[in-house]
Design a protein around this ligand. Structure first.
Ligand code: GLA
Length: 394
């Protein structure tokens, strides 16, 4: 290479896209935040790993066990961020080895800021060293959470935030270790105007998944609000790149069984990453049954990688459709209202001709419903769903 070319290349910042081959279907796993906040510890994580490896969750596809905020201690003399010595006495490398020995993967949390949202040490200015440390530890997943309020950076231009995400993308790539790259942007790059059709359009080239909103809570009203905020961005999702409406609250708070089932079905139809947020060491059989319903999970993990969209909005009742590989369709009929009602799925919603015949299967009842023409009506209880797989006949 000539001297001029070398000089020029040396001054140009790299502009690689994200091409890490990971997250070909929405990542599935568990994250410590929703259930435990700063109570994350080696003991909790090991017990969670044991639970996932033995209670059917691993077989259902949940493999990423992610430490959220609160794992950190101080940087050492070499600037290497150490784990909190009391919470993680054996260190993170040993924990990753433990996860790997059970066929699972380990994830970690940091921020593109000086401080994390929880006032711990962030990665700004230390991206290369932190990414390498995580790779050396055997980390498989990073949640990178932009925290402007904590850092008095609410006026930071979108371009600067994006630059920080890209800096970490390059640092992760440079380690050579496959690490799923997840960010919690929540609209800081583009602003929170939900009518902006271009919001998050930069994300698929930068990360594997991006948080679309502020934090979820284990409340029906908040889950519905977050659902509404997903409108208009489904086209961005594809294998390797997913809209993230936040981690699941299934099994948390006072959600009823119907609400838990509805929340899970909706996240599945949205092709959302399925990061569990409850205590996996101690949950009811009904909750475990929801999380391990293979046919509902299969809607989420479908290889076509399309995000489902709302195709009908009747106020308190809504219908979502997700195209699947092989020509079938996933359907969620949602009743947000306070009383049960009859809902009708029209073939028009499915973009099928009114005379077409389709086979229907109810994925919660685990029952074949038979063949239907033109429409299908079902009773949907309050705050509940009917979740279907529709297979058109040729
Ligand atoms: C933010 C994120 C949460 C969690 C906390 C940790 O609020 O949105 O998901 O990671 O920070 O402090």
């Amino acid at each position: 290479m000539g001297i001029l070319a070398t000089l020029l290349l040396g001054t140009m910042s790299p502009t690689y896209g994200l091409d890490n081959g990971l997250a070909q279907t929405p990542p599935m796993g568990w994250n410590s935040w929703n259930g435990f906040r700063f109570g994350v510890s080696e003991k909790l994580v090991k017990e969670t790993i044991d639970a996932v490896a033995s209670n059917g969750l691993k077989e259902a596809g949940y493999v990423y066990i992610v430490l959220d905020d609160g794992w950190q201690g101080e940087r050492d003399d070499n600037d290497i961020l150490q784990p909190h010595p009391e919470k993680f006495p054996s260190g993170i490398k040993a924990l990753a080895e433990y996860a790997h020995s059970k066929g699972l993967k380990l994830g970690i949390y940091s921020c593109p800021n000086v401080l994390t949202c929880g006032n711990e040490t962030g990665s700004l200015g230390y991206e290369t060293i932190d990414a390498q440390t995580w790779a050396d530890w055997g980390i498989d997943f990073l949640k990178y959470d932009h925290c402007p309020t904590r850092n008095q950076e609410r006026d930071l231009p979108g371009e600067e935030i994006l630059k920080r995400y890209k800096t970490m993308r390059e640092a992760l790539a440079a380690t050579g270790r496959p690490i799923v790259y997840s960010i919690a942007d929540k609209g800081w790059v583009d602003g929170t105007d939900l009518s902006n059709p271009d919001r998050f359009s930069w994300a698929p080239e930068v990360v594997n998944m991006w948080r679309t909103t502020q934090d979820i809570k284990p409340k029906w009203s908040r889950i519905m609000q977050i659902l509404d905020w997903q409108d208009g961005i489904a086209h961005l999702a594809k294998p390797g790149a997913w809209n993230d409406p936040d981690m699941l609250e299934v099994g948390n708070g006072q959600l009823s069984l119907a609400e838990n089932r509805a929340h899970f079905s909706l996240w599945c139809i949205l092709a959302a990453p399925l990061m569990l947020g409850n205590d996996l060491r101690d949950m009811s059989p009904e909750i475990l049954e929801i999380l391990t319903n293979k046919e509902v999970v299969a809607l989420n993990q479908d290889s076509l990688g399309k995000q489902g969209e709302k195709v009908w909005d009747g106020g308190d009742q809504e219908i979502f459709i997700k195209p699947l590989a092989g020509g079938s369709l996933g359907v969620v009929m949602l009743n947000r209202g306070d009383s049960g009602t009859t809902m009708t799925l029209e073939w028009d919603h499915l973009k099928l001709s009114a005379t077409a015949t389709a086979q229907l299967r109810d994925l919660w009842k685990k029952a074949d419903l038979g063949e239907f023409n033109g429409k299908y009506s079902a009773e949907v209880a309050s705050h509940d769903v009917v979740t279907l797989r529709v297979t058109p006949k040729n």
